[in-house]
Design a protein around this ligand. Structure first.
Ligand SMILES: O=C(O)COP(=O)(O)O
Ligand SMILES: [Mg+2]
Length: 225
């Protein structure tokens, strides 16, 4: 194993894994239980990136249901029951992810996942897709009690919890990822195959990847390694 180069922080949903189909199925099942019409995959894609509570809140609001905090917490619990049963029925790594991660690992990068998905959901999904073993850490919003765009969520994923001497690069699909990385002082690659849409480019990531195969070279360029 070559010497450790530094840390690559990956977002999960929309960056490594296309998890929208299973999130959409669970959200549509929740909506159906509450007497609402389904939203469908295209609409649900645009709701992903701010964590499960926001996904449920926005999904219900899109069907005219706005809840008080207790009702909202109950709806989130129910959503999680539905989603946890089928984390990986249709969710798959994006093309090139497995090979790209192998390239980075062989080059000596320490790799972590920093996601606004709850840690247990993220770990379950990654385990089902054989991704978990390659990562030193999986940090959800419940892992350290902070969530992107708070830069602390990213910094806590680094050795010692601070930016040190070694290189760090973030890779994510949404404006939330770019905002967190910029606030943390970490260079960030925005990926276009996820759920970020137009907001991703407006957030001005340091580099843009249109295919995962481009990611290792962009990490090299941004880190100067
Ligand atoms: O669950 C979400 O809303 C998003 O998760 P992500 O941070 O991995 O994109
Ligand atoms: Mg994402």
């Amino acid at each position: 194993m070559p010497e450790q180069r530094g840390t690559v922080i990956f977002d999960l949903d929309g960056t490594l894994v296309d998890s929208a189909p299973d999130l959409a199925d669970a959200l549509d099942a929740l909506l159906a239980e509450r007497g609402h019409a389904a939203l469908g995959l295209d609409d649900v894609r645009g709701l992903i990136g701010h964590g499960v509570a926001e996904l449920v809140r926005k999904g219900l609001a899109a069907r005219g249901e706005v809840l008080e905090p207790d009702g909202q917490a109950e709806a989130v619990q129910r959503f999680l029951m539905l989603y946890t049963k089928n984390l990986s029925r249709f969710s798959r790594p994006y093309p090139g992810v497995i090979d790209g991660l192998r390239t980075l690992r062989q080059a000596g990068w320490r790799m972590v996942v920093c996601t606004n998905k709850l840690e247990a959901s993220a770990r379950g999904l990654m385990e089902d897709l054989d991704l978990l073993a390659g990562f030193a850490l999986v940090a959800g919003p419940d892992t350290f009690g902070v969530a992107k765009p708070d830069p602390e969520h990213l910094l806590r994923c680094l050795p010692g919890g601070v930016l040190g001497q070694s290189a760090v690069v973030m890779v994510g699909d949404s404006a939330v990822d770019v905002a967190a990385a910029k606030a943390a002082g970490i260079p960030v690659i925005g990926v276009t195959w996820g759920y970020g849409g137009a907001a991703l480019e407006s957030a001005r990531p340091d580099a843009v990847a249109r295919d995962f195969a481009e990611v290792p070279a962009l990490i090299g360029r941004l880190s100067g390694l």
